[in-house]
Design a protein around this ligand. Structure first.
Ligand SMILES: Cc1cc2nc3c(=O)[nH]c(=O)nc-3n(C[C@H](O)[C@H](O)[C@H](O)COP(=O)(O)OP(=O)(O)OC[C@H]3O[C@@H](n4cnc5c(N)ncnc54)[C@H](O)[C@@H]3O)c2cc1C
Length: 250
C-alpha cells in the first residue's frame, strides 16, 4: 500500500502571448507571456502602449494590484496537474468555482484496489498515530477489494463488463476513506488562482490544502513572479508554511 506525504504539482500549460503588430507595447524589464498578456490587457483600456511612465512590467502589474483592477488578470490562465492529495483535499479545492475548471480521476471507472493514501500532515511524525492510521486505511482498502469482488458476482447478469465494473466500483468506493489519493487537472485564471491561494494559505485553512496551496504558489511565483510576488510565505506557529497576501482579493 502506497502512502503519500506530500502533494505533487506539475505545470501543464501556461499562456502564450502573441503581440499584435499594430499595437506594440514599449516593454520595460524582463517578463513572462502571462505577465505581458495582463499588461497588454491593462494598457489597452487606456491605450497607453507607449508606456508614458516608463514602467517595467513588474511595476505596472504592482500598480494594477494596488488599484484592485483584477479583471485584467483573468486573461492569463495556468493549468496544473495535482497528485498526492486526498479526496477530502480535492473536495475543498473544487469549491472554488469562478474562473476554475477541473477534471478529476473517476472512482466509478478506475479500480482503486491499489490506490495510494495520503497521510494527513498532523499524523505524520507520530509513530503511534501513523501506525493506527495505516491499519485503518489498510482495512478500508481490503473492504473495498472484497466489496468489488462480491458486487461483480452479484452483477454477473450485466452483459457489458465495463458497465458491470462501473456498477461494482461505484458502490464499493463508499468504504474508501477520505484519505484516498486523487489526481486532478485544475485550470484557473490568475484572478481565480489568487482568490483560492489567499483563502487556502491562511493559518485557518486545513493543513493538507495549505501544503498543496504552498506548492502551487511556489510554482506560480516561478512562472509569473509579478502576478504572485505579494504572497509572502512564512512558517506559522504550528510549524507548517502559510502565506499572507499583500493585496486582498483584487
Ligand atoms: C478556512 C475555510 C473553512 C471553510 N469551511 C467550510 C465549511 O465548513 N463548510 C462549507 O460548506 N464550506 C467551507 N469552506 C468553503 C467556502 O465556503 C467556499 O466554498 C470556498 O472557500 C470557495 O470560496 P468562494 O466561494 O469565495 O470561491 P469561488 O467559487 O472561487 O468564488 C470566488 C468569488 O466569486 C464570487 N462568486 C462566486 N460565485 C458566486 C455566486 N454564485 N454569487 C455571487 N458571487 C459569487 C464571490 O465573490 C466569491 O468570493 C471553507 C473555506 C475555508 C477557506
Amino acid at each position: 500500500m502506497d502512502i503519500l506525504r506530500t502533494p505533487r504539482v506539475t505545470l501543464l500549460a501556461r499562456p502564450q502571448f502573441l503581440e499584435p503588430a499594430h499595437l506594440p507595447v514599449q516593454w520595460q524589464g524582463e517578463s513572462s507571456d502571462g505577465e505581458r498578456l495582463a499588461e497588454f490587457a491593462g494598457r489597452l483600456c487606456y491605450m497607453s502602449q507607449h508606456n508614458p511612465a516608463g514602467r517595467t512590467t513588474a511595476d505596472y502589474l504592482r500598480n494594477i494590484l494596488t488599484q484592485g483592477h483584477g479583471s485584467v488578470f483573468e486573461h492569463s490562465t495556468y493549468v496544473v496537474l495535482i497528485e498526492g492529495i486526498s479526496r477530502s483535499c480535492s473536495h475543498e479545492l473544487v469549491r472554488h468555482r469562478a474562473g476554475w475548471g477541473y477534471s478529476q480521476l473517476s472512482q466509478r471507472y478506475v479500480d482503486e484496489s491499489h490506490a495510494a493514501f495520503v497521510m494527513p500532515p498532523a499524523i505524520q511524525g507520530d509513530p503511534e498515530l501513523e501506525s493506527e492510521w495505516t491499519r485503518q486505511v489498510a482495512a478500508a482498502q481490503a473492504a473495498y477489494v472484497s466489496a468489488v469482488e462480491r458486487l461483480m458476482a452479484k452483477y454477473e447478469w450485466v452483459e457489458s463488463k465495463v458497465h458491470r465494473r462501473k456498477m461494482a466500483r461505484e458502490a464499493a468506493r463508499s468504504v474508501l476513506p477520505n484519505a484516498t489519493e486523487v489526481k486532478i487537472v485544475a485550470s484557473a485564471n490568475v484572478r481565480a488562482w489568487r482568490t483560492m491561494l489567499e483563502l487556502r494559505l491562511g493559518e485557518g485553512a486545513e493543513l493538507e490544502i495549505r501544503h498543496m496551496a504552498v506548492a502551487c504558489l511556489r510554482l506560480l511565483q516561478q512562472e509569473a513572479p509579478s502576478l504572485f510576488a505579494d504572497f509572502d510565505i512564512y512558517e506559522a506557529k504550528d510549524g507548517s508554511e502559510a502565506s499572507r497576501v499583500g493585496f486582498h482579493k483584487v
